[in-house]
Write a protein that binds this ligand. Structure first.
Ligand SMILES: [Zn+2]
Length: 460
């Protein structure tokens, strides 16, 4: 465990210091090694299993937070909506999501489907797609599609096609990129070139697309967003080739340490990921979370025109981790606290929240952030963002987004106090929130994940 953490730390420090970008990934603190036989993860550990186990979100805690006020509001709104108002139910689902009532969110989405079974919005938010005439969970649909195409002798290269049509495309890509491209998956926000198989590449592409959509919906309200030229994603299956091609393609001259898991390089608009980072505990779920995290950084740069280095580091990393751990299935469900297979930061929250000084965090520079108490800094930034979005019944959210809107111009701790509120007033509320809501939710999520994987021991 220690060495994992160390490796993950090394990765963060390395990436931040050397590339000058905010790059990081969750600490793979759980001792299950899924690398190995039969493709990247082995037949028993296909991404669908990993992702399915990630869909458990802290429902009990989420609803426990909510005083009867929100439950009552839900009940009132539900009652007045009646049985045919699709838009109304979708907006009620949004209300539930922002107040962390995830059971009710599902209830509202299912209500939409009872009115309109073909409603794409609701299906999408439930992580379902249509295959043939059937609506299926994304991973299941892909599995069927792959089997049906394989039976016809088709291969996937950006889309399904006969093997002989894919060959020239693959050859051209190999020539262009100088490394072994196995498949290409095209998304709206990305083109994933993968040496790690179709399934994983597809999962990565759908995470990036979903984060892209969610990013636009969430931040488009406060910042002018530009169109995004698809991000190039290189997905490797071996830590060695990952490191060596990263050095070559990102023109990086140092040593790439084991545990280095993800990096968006602005200059070449390329995101580097690997199914294997050379430390145990790394699995597909961690990979997808890293993809979500790095995509947030990438879109900050590409979509919102935010130079990462010129903004407060807690804001940049806190929001990226917020996206990362809100990933449910392949979708970000904001407000979720799912630290499933990678509880390193959850554990760090436990350590940090009693001692973190928000004033210090809010004015911390990038170098200090990345060099000292790194997991705690990430955990504190993440939990602070979560508090600002959802704590005190969501009353800080608008001010927080307004603060984000003004960055990097008005981004000091003093500006924060002017726009959001006095730190000394917020700090006790933040601590209460983390102790009562956030941390129990993190524990619940980790323990549910352990149980699902048949691991003994609980995080208490
Ligand atoms: Zn980061």
């Amino acid at each position: 465990m220690k060495s994992n953490l160390k490796a993950a730390l090394a990765a963060r420090i390395f990436t931040a210091a050397v590339i000058g970008l905010a790059i990081c990934s969750p600490a793979p603190a759980q001792a299950t090694n899924n690398s190995g036989k039969d493709g990247a993860f082995g037949p028993a550990n296909r991404h669908i299993d990993a992702v399915a186990s990630a869909t458990k979100i802290s429902r009990n805690v989420a609803s426990a937070q909510h005083t009867s006020d929100f439950q009552n509001e839900y009940a009132d709104r539900a009652k007045s909506l009646g049985g045919s108002d699709v838009k109304g139910w979708l907006s009620l689902a949004d209300f539930c999501e922002s107040h962390l009532m995830l059971d009710k969110r599902e209830e509202a989405l299912k209500k939409v489907l009872s009115i309109d079974p073909e409603n794409k919005d609701a299906r999408r938010r439930l992580d379902q797609v249509k295959y043939g005439t059937e609506w299926l969970p994304v991973a299941r649909a892909e599995e069927k599609e792959a089997a049906d195409n394989a039976a016809k002798g088709n291969v996937f290269y950006g889309k399904w096609m006969p093997a002989k049509s894919a060959k020239p495309l693959r050859d051209a890509d190999r020539k262009k990129h100088g490394w072994d491209v196995e498949v290409r998956v095209d998304g709206k926000f990305c083109a994933v070139y993968s040496a790690a198989g179709y399934e994983t590449a597809h999962a990565v592409a759908s995470v990036i697309d979903n984060v892209g959509e969610a990013y636009a919906a969430m931040y488009g309200k406060v910042r002018k967003l530009g169109p995004v030229k698809p991000i190039t994603v290189f997905l490797f299956d071996k830590s060695d080739s990952f490191a060596s091609y990263f050095k070559q393609l990102a023109k990086f001259s140092g040593e790439v340490p084991a545990g280095f898991s993800g990096n968006f390089v602005t200059a070449i608009n390329t995101l580097f990921l690997s199914t294997d980072i050379g430390v145990s505990g790394w699995n597909t779920e961690s990979l997808l979370r890293t993809a979500a995290h790095e995509t947030t950084h990438a879109l900050d740069e590409l979509m919102a025109g935010i130079q990462l280095a010129s903004n407060p580091i807690w804001l940049i990393e806190g929001r990226a981790v917020y996206t990362e751990y809100s990933l449910v299935g392949r979708q970000p469900v904001f407000g979720g606290i799912n630290v499933g297979g990678t509880d390193g930061r959850g554990a760090a929250v436990e350590k940090c929240y009693k001692t973190v000084a928000l004033a210090e965090l809010l004015s911390m520079d990038r170098k200090t952030f990345m060099e000292k108490n790194v997991p705690e800094n990430y955990a504190a930034s993440w939990s602070l963002v979560h508090f600002l979005m959802h704590g005190d019944d969501g009353k800080h959210r608008d001010a927080f987004l307004k603060f984000f809107q003004g960055c990097p111009k008005n981004s000091s701790a003093k500006d924060f106090e002017t726009i959001v509120g006095k730190i000394s007033d917020l700090e006790p509320a933040y601590r209460t929130y983390v102790g009562k809501i956030f941390l129990p939710a993190a524990k619940e999520s980790v323990n549910a994940d352990r149980k699902a994987k048949g691991l003994s021991g609980e995080w208490k």
